[in-house]
Design a binder for this molecule. Structure first.
Ligand code: NAP
Ligand code: ZN
Ligand code: ZN
Length: 347
C-alpha cells in the first residue's frame, strides 16, 4: 500500500479538501501510474453532490486521468515503466458477459467498476479517482496515449472525448450529415471537434450568444442561441442527428422537433428527469437514444483518431486548490471548455 495525497468530498454538501488515500501495491496484472493531469467532468459534480444517489464518501473524484507508468506487475505485457497512459471512467468489469466480450465494457451485465465512488470487484475496497497523485489499474483498463497530443489537453479525451465519439460512430454519422450539438461545455466542445473531423455539418445550440465566436473557432459551421425561442421554429426539421450534452433539466421535446424525419437525438447529459411526449417522436419517425462513454478498444480508437486529426481539448489548467471554484464556474456555464488539474500542485 502507498499513502497517496488526494482531494476528496467528505459528504454531499462539503467542499472538496485535502485527503489521504491508500493505493494497493501493484498485483501481477496491475500498472501503477503517477498522475500528471486530471480533467474535471460535470459528472464529478453530480457525484460529489450525490445528485444521482448512491455516492460513496469520502470520494476522490476524477476520471479523465493522464499519467506515467511508474511500476508494473510481473505479468503486465502491454505497458512498461515510463509509458504515457490514460485511465477513463471505469477500471474493471466482469470480462465474460456478452457486452464485455464485444468490447462494450461500459454496459457490463454485472456493472462496470467506476474509477471512483464504486467498489472493487468482489471486495469492499472503495475506488478513488484522479484528483490524486497515483492510481493502480489492471492493464486491460489502461489506455495508451499516442504521441502528438499535449498531455494536459489529452486528459479530457478519456471521458468527454470518448462519450461524444462513441455515439457519433455508433449511429453512423458521416460526411455531410447535419449534426446539432446542444450545450457547449466539456462534452459539447469535443462533440463539435470530432463531428467536424468526421465531415459533418455542425450547428451549436447554446443557451446564449456568448459562445458564438468560440463555436466557429472550434469548427462549427453554424450557431444558434436557444434563449431566443424562435430558433425552435426556424430550425424545425433541420438535423439528421442531435447530440444533447446539457447537464441541467430542459425540455427534450423542443429539441426533438428540430430533427428531420428518421433523425436521432442522443442524450449524453444526465440531469434529473424531464417528460418526453410521444408526438415529436411519432410525427417524423424520430428516435431518442442515450449513450454511455465507450469501451476500452473504442477509447483507444478515439485517441488514435484525435492524434491523427490534431484534436485535443481546449482547457484551462488549474491548481487543485481551485477545484471548488472550478465547480462553481462550471455550474455558471463559465468554462472554456474543460478545467484540467495540474496534479503537480498536489504534491
Ligand atoms: P459542462 O462542461 O458543465 O457543460 C454543460 C453545458 O450544458 C453548459 O456548458 C451549457 O452550455 C449547457 N447548459 C447548462 N445548463 C443548461 C440549461 N439549463 N439549459 C440548457 N443548456 C444548459 O458539462 P459536461 O462535463 O460537458 O457534462 C455534461 C453532462 O453530460 C453532465 O450531465 C454529465 O454528467 C454528463 N456526462 C455523461 C456521460 C455519458 O457517458 N453519457 C459522460 C460524461 C458526462 P451552453 O453554455 O452552450 O448553453
Ligand atoms: Zn465524465
Ligand atoms: Zn461484463
Amino acid at each position: 500500500m502507498t499513502t497517496t495525497p488526494a482531494y476528496a468530498a467528505q459528504d454531499a454538501t462539503s467542499p472538496l479538501a485535502p485527503f489521504s488515500i491508500e493505493r494497493r501495491a501493484p498485483g501481477p496484472r496491475d500498472v501503477q501510474i503517477d498522475i500528471l493531469y486530471c480533467g474535471v467532468c460535470h459528472s464529478d459534480i453530480h457525484q460529489a453532490r450525490n445528485e444521482w444517489g448512491g455516492s460513496i464518501f469520502p470520494m476522490v473524484p476524477g476520471h479523465e486521468i493522464i499519467g506515467r507508468v511508474s511500476a508494473t506487475g510481473s505479468d503486465v505485457g502491454k505497458f512498461k515503466v515510463g509509458d504515457t497512459v490514460g485511465v477513463g471512467c471505469f477500471v474493471d468489469s466482469c470480462r465474460t458477459c456478452a457486452q464485455c466480450e464485444a468490447g462494450l465494457e461500459q454496459y457490463c451485465a454485472e456493472g462496470m467498476t467506476g474509477t471512483y465512488s464504486d467498489r472493487e470487484r468482489g471486495s469492499d475496497v472503495v475506488t478513488q479517482g484522479g484528483y490524486s497523485t497515483r492510481i493502480v489499474v489492471d492493464e486491460d483498463y489502461v489506455l495508451r496515449i499516442p504521441d502528438g497530443i499535449p498531455l494536459d489537453r489529452a486528459a479530457p479525451l478519456l471521458c468527454a472525448g470518448i462519450t461524444t465519439y462513441s455515439p457519433l460512430r455508433h449511429f453512423g454519422v458521416k460526411a455531410g450529415d447535419a449534426v446539432a450539438v446542444v450545450g457547449l461545455g466539456g462534452l459539447g466542445h469535443m462533440a463539435v471537434k470530432i463531428a467536424a473531423a468526421m465531415g459533418a455539418q455542425v450547428t451549436v445550440l447554446s443557451t446564449t450568444e456568448s459562445k458564438r465566436k468560440d463555436a466557429d473557432a472550434l469548427g462549427a459551421h453554424d450557431f444558434a442561441a436557444t434563449g431566443d425561442g424562435s430558433v425552435f421554429k426556424r430550425l424545425r426539421g433541420s438535423f439528421d442527428f442531435i447530440i444533447d450534452t446539457v447537464s441541467a433539466q430542459h425540455d427534450y421535446n423542443a429539441y426533438l422537433g428540430l430533427l428531420k424525419v428518421d433523425g436521432t437525438m442522443v442524450l449524453l447529459g444526465m440531469p434529473g428527469p424531464s417528460p418526453v411526449s410521444a408526438a415529436p417522436l411519432v410525427v417524423g419517425r424520430r428516435r431518442l437514444a442515450g449513450s454511455l462513454i465507450g469501451g476500452i478498444a473504442e477509447t483507444q480508437e478515439m485517441l488514435d483518431f484525435c492524434a491523427a486529426h490534431g484534436i485535443a481539448s481546449d482547457i484551462e489548467l488549474i491548481d487543485i486548490a481551485s477545484i471548488n471554484e472550478a465547480y462553481e464556474r462550471m455550474l455558471r456555464n463559465d468554462v472554456r471548455y474543460r478545467f484540467v488539474i495540474d496534479i503537480a500542485s498536489l504534491k
